[in-house]
Design a binder for this molecule. Sequence first.
Ligand SMILES: [Zn+2]
Length: 90
Amino acid sequence: MKFNIKFKDFAAADVNPAAGLYHFVVTMSDNTQIRLIFSKNPDWKLIGVNRLLTVPCPICRRDYYCNCMSKYAEELEREVLDNELISSVL
Ligand SMILES: [Zn+2]
């Protein structure tokens, strides 16, 4: 199944400028929530993608841990950086 990357909300979660580590929580249009872990050194880079277990995975329908979102890391990173979402919430 194709996963439609459409952000509904983007929020800062854990922010640690000294370590250059920033956690954000994305809510997708289907209510899937994903934690995105970015490093800034000095450019932003997505280093981790974890689906929060609030709703079942839109791809495999599991309601426990799965790895589906990692396949979309590139698209997720581009969506965040192209739309300058980080500077809009920090
Ligand atoms: Zn899955």
